[in-house]
Design a binder for this molecule. Structure first.
Ligand code: SF4
Length: 249
């Protein structure tokens, strides 16, 4: 017989929205746990501002209490994945030859440092309308209205240096430096599309690549990388998932 007592308690303790949030979030959290920790340092995190935070992430350090992946956070990731699929469909419908996987079904990407530094890009444009040069790397994000406003005002490099670094690394390691990459962002509130071309910057790509080596070496040697700031009030630390652990050390 099913035991409904905990659900009964939930209904008295939480609103219906909160109850559903818990019920729908739990399988997503389980799924996330089952996926386990990535065995490699991902290109998607190497451009984060703080080297120590990158190291914590790479080592699979648990986030501070209250900063774990909630159902809501995981639904935001899910929205990003689904938004990417929509964009692929829309680009193809418009006549772009956008490739997103190899013949064997694997995503395009790269591996360096014996597979310990790795990443998978969203796609490569091979042909299409004459609005960009081909071939071109494609990277896509789904953002809220505030994020899109930041992009419009400052451009990718300033607004989201982490995404910009990711694009540079893919271009460098996938041999797609010749033409600017196409970065697109879908406004999740209005469905507006923001697009910008990202030229290759060899020295910055090298700097980011060197950073990956530094992180791997430090992890191998058991050395903790320096903090980005002198005190916990720094704006980056306020958003960091490891702030309590970091500043307690
Ligand atoms: S709290 Fe600040 S210094 Fe510490 S890991 Fe996070 S971002 Fe880096």
């Amino acid at each position: 017989m099913n035991d409904y007592s905990s659900l009964f308690d939930l209904r008295h303790r939480l609103s219906l929205s909160e109850t559903l949030d818990e019920l729908l979030g739990a399988p997503l959290q389980r799924e996330r746990q089952e996926q386990g920790q990535r065995a490699y340092l991902g290109a998607s995190i190497i451009g984060r501002p703080c080297p120590r935070a990158i190291q914590y992430s790479f080592l699979g350090t648990p986030q501070d209490p209250g900063r774990e992946f909630t159902g809501q956070k995981l639904r935001i990731f899910h929205r990003g994945h689904e938004g990417e699929k929509w964009m692929i469909r829309w680009f193809r419908q418009a006549g772009f030859d956008l490739r997103t996987e190899k013949k064997n079904g694997e995503q395009f990407g790269f591996e360096a440092c014996e597979g310990r530094f790795s990443g998978h890009c969203d796609g490569v444009f091979c042909a299409g309308p004459t609005v960009i040069l081909y071939p071109a790397l494609w990277e896509h994000k789904v953002l809220g209205a505030k994020g899109i406003a930041k992009l419009k005002k400052d451009g990718l490099k300033t607004a989201y240096p982490e995404y910009w670094a990711q694009v540079q690394i893919y271009m460098a390691y996938m041999g797609l430096e010749a033409n600017p990459a196409l970065f697109t962002a879908l406004n999740a509130d209005t469905m507006e599309i923001h697009a910008e071309q990202v030229p290759f910057d060899a020295s910055e790509a090298q700097r980011v690549s060197d950073r990956a080596v530094t992180v791997l070496r430090a992890c191998d040697a058991g050395v903790q990388l320096p903090r980005i700031a002198q005190n916990a009030d720094f704006f980056v630390c306020k958003w960091c998932d490891f702030a309590q652990r970091c500043w307690a050390a």
